[in-house]
Design a protein around this ligand. Structure first.
Ligand code: PMP
Length: 409
């Protein structure tokens, strides 16, 4: 071969999923991949999405499978922007909207990637700061964009809590002007720990004072708390703060619409002044990168989102669906916590109910994680991250019993 290739380690999540699929044990439990599941362990196409799909077919739009434009489906992008930045239903605020350049991406991953590529080309940050730990793909994405990577402390293992002081002091002393700081908008993956509002304000102060560039990754808006406004609080705070800050947001619709495989997302670059000509030149440069890579974002999933968000009744139903998902996850957190308390499993487990979103960073060690898989056919990440939606009324007692055993041994 002319290739210079060495094996790349398999992606842990997808490898774990494969191992789970191949396991024939009747009580196996998947707590790996971050997808919503019903109490029967089944996928849950959102009822509102099923309705919207039927309407789309009935519309019989001749253009349904045609090309869009390089920037994507423009009405969809406006709705995505309004949802993220809080303009829902407001025709005013043209000045604020003129700060935001939006393009359609291949879901949240594509938005992170396009953003990294764009900043790599046009801002040349000395370093991007990622939380330690973070979604593993952040490392890959910024590595491919050839931007030097460093990490800031995020997790305090002894107290199983957010290491706010560690994060602030590292960024304060080591970050340089022009660096990018990657922030999870809500439901931090993998720890489930988010800054509180006061801490967000301090993070924004720090970014402003040291001239750091905030890059928000928003993958769980509405999915985490059930409220789209609550989950967008940090993004909206940074956006509305004065003086205007330059920032960007990678937005995913995979979890909050259950459109995982449809690859629906957007990238929003926010400039520090209201200027439609600046906004247009940013879009134009983003389009150049998009054209050379995938020409335009996929159409079908964003038509579904557009259908829902342009209809008040469907939007209300979507909010109900978000409640169904977020409350099931919260109730499974509680169920696991209650079982561990009942068993008096050594250690403290309050963090399971206090953490937010899809995941719990359980605090289980790699050895305990291995034992769960080996002895109990329960699959979670080596880091101890468990995807809570893999729990159900039927398996939670079994999982708690297994955790109790591996912790005691
Ligand atoms: N960012 C974070 C933090 C995530 O957890 C995810 C989903 N696992 C994504 C981005 C991207 O998801 P997708 O590409 O499926 O929209």
């Amino acid at each position: 071969t002319r290739l210079n290739v060495a094996p790349v380690p398999p992606d842990e999540i997808f490898a774990l999923n494969g191992a789970y699929g191949a396991d024939t044990h009747p009580q196996k439990v998947s707590l790996g991949v971050g997808v919503f599941r019903t109490d029967d362990g089944k996928p849950w196409p959102l009822p509102v999405v099923q309705k919207a799909e039927k309407e789309l077919v009935a519309d019989d739009d001749l253009f349904r499978h045609e090309y869009t434009t390089i920037e994507g489906d423009v009405p969809f992008l406006r709705l995505a922007r309004d949802l993220m930045f809080g303009f829902e239903g407001k025709d005013s605020e043209e000045e604020a909207k003129a700060r935001i350049a939006s393009v359609q991406t291949v879901a949240g991953t594509g938005a992170n990637h396009l953003g990294a590529l764009f900043l790599g080309h046009h801002m040349k940050p000395p370093t991007v700061w990622l939380s330690n730990p973070s979604w593993a793909n952040h490392m890959t994405i910024w590595e491919l964009a050839d931007v030097p990577r460093k990490t800031y402390p995020y997790y305090h293992a002894a107290t199983r809590s957010f290491d706010f002081d560690g994060m602030m002091s590292t960024l304060e002393t080591e970050a340089q002007e022009g660096d990018v700081v990657l922030l999870h908008a809500c439901a931090h993956n993998p720890t489930g720990l988010d800054p509180n509002k006061e801490q967000w304000v301090a993070i924004a102060d720090l970014c402003e004072r040291k001239n750091l560039f905030p890059f928000f990754d928003s993958a769980y808006q509405g999915f985490a708390s059930g409220s789209v406004a609550e989950d967008a609080w940090a993004v909206r705070y940074f956006f509305t703060r004065k003086p205007d800050m330059e920032m960007c947001v990678a937005q995913s619709f995979s979890k909050n619409f259950g459109l995982y495989g449809q690859r629906v997302g957007a990238y929003h670059y926010v400039t520090n002044r209201s200027s439609t000509s600046l906004r247009d030149v940013v879009v134009n440069n983003l389009c150049h990168l998009i054209r050379g890579e995938f020409s335009m974002g996929p159409r079908s999933g964003c038509s579904i989102v557009k259908k829902v968000l342009t209809n008040d009744q469907l939007t209300a139903e979507w909010h109900q669906d978000l409640q169904v998902m977020s409350s099931r996850i919260k109730s499974m957190r509680k169920a696991l916590y209650d079982e561990l308390s009942r068993l008096q499993t050594p250690g403290t487990w309050e963090h399971i109910v206090e953490q937010n979103g899809m995941f719990s960073y359980t605090g289980l060690t790699p050895k305990q994680v291995y034992a769960l898989k080996d002895q109990y056919h329960i699959y979670l990440l080596k880091s101890g991250r468990a995807s809570i939606s893999g729990l159900s009324q039927k398996n939670v007692a079994y999982v708690a019993h297994a955790i109790d055993n591996v912790v005691r041994n």
